[in-house]
Design a protein around this ligand. Structure first.
Ligand code: SF4
Length: 373
């Protein structure tokens, strides 16, 4: 369940899944929903890839996936794993050797479809390598690359075909007594994805990796992911998510967190509540919010800040936030602390002042959390 149980209309009951480990990150069960992204550098360019992994981790990524298309990439992976602050998932397609190499290189998880890597002996070798190196597996069913026999049976990619594909791959792992796996059934179509995920959620207790594949650019992909993943998460489905955008991985992480934050499933950093602004605004709301978003990026403590243009909605929103600012007349506004009007502040000094207030509140909340441990 989410953290909002004092308000039952906000409750989300998460599907009960098994828990597996991706390196030191638990996925499934009652673990927080993990946020993932994927690097888009050449894996053989270790410095660039490590820099991207670090930036993603700094933005909050719990797990990062790296493509391993060839032997040189497997070699690079070893160094990337060593430098990475978060567990690395190796993305493998078809080449069973890459799977073995990636497990040996220290990948925390292999994204591989056991039914697509050759005969039984090869599958066994990959599973053995995963087991020997404490490596979990993600079965990644994708509507765009369904097995031929399923396309023949169903005529086109459909939810039933995707679920059947997933279950076939699961069976191979289970037949080899391998249970540290999670599964995704991605499609670029929101309806197909959502239906396939609901089907697989009923058919297995494996943890589920959510994603809408090839979602698009920053704006369109964000909306598509928010609708697709948002609906599933709201139903309680999903143990880890990756938002796929044709954009910087850091943006994927930010969008992933925003989706989880909107549903109260995870909290990280400052949640800014701001009005769209209109002729009544007592200061430039849009510019202020843009600046504050940038200046408060370093805050990881979950807290809320309301930035509201005027008294129409300002005091009401400030009631429910840790820090608030409401525009007033004559070039100044009211600062609210813990829901109460505290003091006036001029518009010119307001940004520095709000940053200070937020930093102070974050330190206070951190200290209280530490004392409670
Ligand atoms: S809170 Fe005030 S400034 Fe903001 S949109 Fe509403 S009326 Fe306009």
């Amino acid at each position: 369940m989410s953290l909002n149980h004092v308000r039952p209309w906000r409750d989300i009951y998460r599907r009960k899944s098994r828990q597996i480990m991706v390196g030191n990150v638990p996925v499934g069960g009652d673990a927080p929903i993990a946020v993932q992204t994927m690097t888009n550098t050449l894996t053989t360019d270790v410095a660039a890839t490590v820099a991207q992994v670090q930036a993603a981790a700094e933005a909050g990524a719990d797990i990062v996936r790296v493509s391993v298309p060839d032997e040189a990439s497997s070699k690079a992976l070893k160094e990337i794993v060593r430098e990475s602050p978060v567990p690395i998932v190796a993305d493998i397609h078809f080449h069973y050797r890459r799977g073995i190499e990636a497990a040996e290189a220290g990948a925390a998880c292999l994204r591989i479809n056991p039914g697509n890597i050759g005969d039984e002996a090869r599958v066994k070798e990959v599973i053995k390598a995963a087991r020997d190196h404490n490596c979990s597996i993600r079965i990644g069913v994708n509507a765009g690359s369904l097995e031929k026999h399923l396309l023949e049976k169903y005529g086109e990619p459909c939810p039933e075909a995707m679920v059947e594909s997933g279950l076939e791959h699961i069976r191979i792992l289970q037949d080899n007594d391998f249970h540290e796996f999670k599964i995704s059934v991605k499609a670029s179509d929101v309806f197909l994805s959502a239906a396939a995920y609901q089907g697989i959620a009923e058919a297995t207790d494996a943890p589920i990796h959510l994603g809408i594949t090839e979602a698009g650019g920053l704006v369109s992909g964000t909306i598509k992911s928010a609708i697709g993943l948002g609906n599933l998460l709201w139903m309680g489905i999903g143990d880890t998510i990756r938002v796929s955008l044709s954009a910087d991985p850091v943006e994927e992480v930010k969008v992933g967190f925003e989706i989880l934050k909107s549903l109260g499933l995870r909290h990280r950093g400052v949640n800014i509540i701001s009005c769209p602004s209109c002729a009544r605004q007592g200061f430039d709301v849009i510019k202020t919010v843009e600046t504050l978003e940038r200046r408060l990026e370093h805050i990881k403590t979950p807290m809320s800040l309301s930035i509201i243009g005027c008294v129409v909605n300002g005091p009401g929103e400030a009631l429910m936030t840790d820090v608030g600012f409401t525009g007033g007349g004559a070039g100044s506004g009211m600062v609210y602390l813990a829901g109460k009007a505290s003091h006036k502040m001029s518009n010119e000094q307001m940004i520095d002042h709000i940053v200070e207030q937020v930093e102070r509140k974050a330190a206070e909340l951190d200290a209280a959390a530490e004392a409670a441990e």
